[in-house]
Design a protein around this ligand. Structure first.
Ligand code: SIN
Length: 485
C-alpha cells in the first residue's frame, strides 16, 4: 500500500467492489477492508437480487409499485426509478463477469419470491447469492492493476486534507495515514449497535460516523429494518438468517402453539413486507404470552430443501434442527439500515468529494422499509453511479491530493469495559421493531453521556475504541431522531 491515491473506497462489500470497476486504469484506487475482504453483509446476503429481466409477466412499474408499498411511500421516487430501470443492466453485467444464478431444467433463470413482491423476480444462487456476487467481483478486482485492496485495514477517522482526504488507519498493528482525492464510504450497516443482528462484526456504522464527524448530513437513521425470521439463538449476537425465500417457497410461520397466525394481521400472510411480519410477531407474542415462533417448510421435501437451501439447511443442522423434518425456531432481529449518509442520485454527500453508496448511504430508495432483495441491486446501481460521477470529476481536471502528514499519538487510558454492551442493551430495549418511548427517553441521555466521554476523555486509540465511538454516534443519532419524531 502506498500513501497517495486518487480514490479511497472504504469497505469491500458489493457497493465498493462494483464501484471500483468503473475507474480507468490510470485512476489509482485504494480499497480498504476492515477484516478479511470477504467479511461483509453483502457476502452474507442469502435471498437474492430483485430485478425485472423478463417482461412477460412483470414490469418496471410493478417493481416500482412494490418498492413504494414496502417503503410506506416514504421513498425518493427518482431513486426508485433509477434502481428499477437501470438495475437489470447491472445484473446482466455481473453475469458477464461470471456471476451464476440458479436455472430451471430448461436453462431459463429461476426466479424466487419474497415478502412484498407481487411477482417472482428474485434471481438467486441457491441461498448464497451475496457470496457468489462478492466472489466474482473480487476475482475481477484482482485483475485490475490500478486497484489496491488491503485486508485488515481499519480506519479510525477521515478528515478533509490537502484538497482531498486524509484517512488514519490501523494496519499491521500500527497507525498509518493515507491520502486520497475522493472518498467513497461503502462501510455497510450498523447491526452491531444491537444485541442481536444478522450483520457481521464489522457492521459498526464507521462510515456514517466518519461522515458525521466532518459535517455530512445524516438522514433517517431511525429507519431500521428488523428481519422477522432469524434463527432464534439468544446466546449468539450474530443471528443466522432464515431467508425470506424460505417463506417464498412455501414455509408457514407458526406461533408458540404451532398455529399459523398471520391472517390476524395482514391479508398477504407470510409474504407481507418484512416490517409487517416482524410487527405481527411481536403483537402475536403479546396476544399469546409466548415468544416462541417457528417456520415450517417440512412439506417441501428433503431433496428439494437441501439442494435449494444448502447453507440454511447445514447451519440449522449444526444447531440441531433438520429443516426437512423439524420446525425452525425464529425471532425478529436487526437486519438492515434504510437511512444513512444523505446522498444524491450520484452518491454525492453534502461534503465536497465525499461519496457514499450501499447500506451506509441514504438515497431514499427504500423509504421506511426495504423491499426484500433490493439491497444488492441498490449496491450495484448506486455504487456504479457514484464511481461514474467521481470518474467524471477526475476527467474534468482534478488536481490531485497533497500529502500533509500529521503525527498521531495513540496513547491514553484503556477503553472502559462494558460501554458498548450498555449501548447495545439500551438500543435493544428502546428501539426494536416497535419503539418504546419511555425506554427511548431514559436511554438517550445515557448514550449521549457515553458519547461525550468517548469524545472528550483521552482513551487509547485502539480498534475497539474506534468502533465504540462509531456505535455511540450511531445510537445517539437514532435515539435523537426517534425522540424528535
Ligand atoms: C433474505 O434472504 O431474507 C434477506 C434478503 C434481503 O435482506 O433482502
Amino acid at each position: 500500500m502506498e500513501t497517495r491515491y486518487d480514490v479511497l473506497i472504504v469497505g469491500s462489500g458489493v457497493a465498493g467492489l462494483y464501484a471500483s470497476l468503473f475507474f480507468g486504469g490510470d485512476t489509482r484506487v485504494l480499497m480498504l477492508a476492515k477484516r478479511a475482504r470477504t467479511v461483509s453483509s453483502s457476502s452474507l446476503a442469502q435471498g437474492g437480487i430483485a430485478a425485472v429481466l423478463d417482461h412477460e409477466d412483470d414490469s418496471f412499474d410493478m417493481h416500482i409499485a412494490d418498492t413504494l408499498i414496502a417503503g410506506g411511500y416514504k421513498n425518493n421516487v427518482a431513486a426508485v426509478e433509477a434502481l428499477v430501470r437501470e438495475g437489470p443492466e447491472d445484473v446482466r453485467k455481473i453475469m458477464e463477469l461470471g456471476v451464476e444464478f440458479d436455472r430451471n431444467p430448461d436453462g431459463s433463470l429461476n426466479r424466487t419470491l419474497e415478502g412484498g413482491h407481487s411477482r417472482r423476480r428474485i434471481y438467486h444462487h441457491r441461498d448464497q447469492t451475496g457470496k457468489e456476487i462478492v466472489d466474482k467481483l473480487l476475482a475481477e478486482v484482482s485483475k485490475r492493476k490500478n486497484i489496491c485492496l488491503e485486508d485488515n485495514a481499519q480506519i479510525i477517522s477521515v478528515v478533509p486534507s490537502g484538497g482531498g482526504f486524509r484517512a488514519d488507519l490501523f494496519v499491521n498493528g500500527a497507525v498509518a495515514s493515507v491520502f486520497a482525492g475522493f472518498c467513497l464510504m461503502a462501510t455497510g450497516g450498523i447491526g452491531r449497535v444491537y444485541m442481536y443482528t444478522t450483520n457481521p462484526p464489522t457492521a459498526t456504522g464507521d462510515g456514517i460516523r466518519f461522515a458525521y464527524e466532518i459535517g455530512a448530513k445524516i438522514k433517517n437513521l431511525h429507519f431500521i429494518q428488523f428481519h422477522p425470521t432469524a434463527f432464534d439463538s439468544p446466546d449468539n449476537p450474530e443471528r443466522f438468517l432464515i431467508s425470506e425465500a424460505v417463506r417464498g417457497e412455501g414455509a408457514y410461520l407458526l406461533n408458540g402453539y404451532k398455529e399459523r397466525f398471520m391472517h390476524r394481521y395482514d391479508d398477504r400472510l407470510e409474504l407481507a413486507p418484512r416490517d409487517v411480519v416482524s410487527r405481527s410477531i411481536l403483537l402475536e407474542s403479546r396476544r399469546t404470552g409466548s415468544n416462541r415462533f417457528y417456520l415450517d417448510i417440512t412439506r417441501r421435501g428433503r431433496d428439494y430443501l437441501f439442494n435449494r437451501f444448502p447453507a440454511i439447511s447445514a447451519a440449522c443442522l449444526e444447531r440441531g434442527v433438520d429443516i426437512a423434518a423439524d420446525l425452525i425456531p425464529v425471532y425478529p432481529c436487526q437486519h438492515y439500515l434504510m437511512g444513512g449518509v444523505d446522498v444524491d442520485l450520484n452518491g454525492r454527500t453534502t461534503v465536497p468529494r465525499l461519496y457514499a453508496a450501499g447500506e451506509c448511504a441514504h438515497t431514499g430508495v427504500h423509504g421506511g422499509n426495504r423491499l426484500a432483495s433490493n439491497s444488492l441491486l441498490e449496491a450495484l446501481v448506486f455504487g456504479r453511479r457514484a464511481a461514474l460521477d467521481i470518474a467524471g470529476c477526475i476527467r474534468a481536471g482534478y488536481a490531485g491530493v497533497e500529502e500533509i502528514p500529521v503525527s498521531i499519538d495513540p496513547s491514553g487510558a484503556p477503553l472502559s469495559p462494558g460501554l458498548t454492551q450498555t449501548i447495545r442493551e439500551i438500543m435493544q430495549r428502546a428501539y426494536f421493531v416497535m419503539p418504546d418511548e419511555a425506554a427511548i427517553r431514559q436511554g438517550r441521555p445515557r448514550v449521549e453521556s457515553i458519547l461525550s466521554r468517548l469524545e472528550n476523555e483521552r482513551f487509547a486509540l485502539t480498534p475497539e475504541f474506534s468502533e465504540a465511538k462509531s456505535l455511540a454516534v450511531v445510537a445517539a443519532i437514532i435515539l435523537r431522531e426517534a425522540e424528535e419524531k
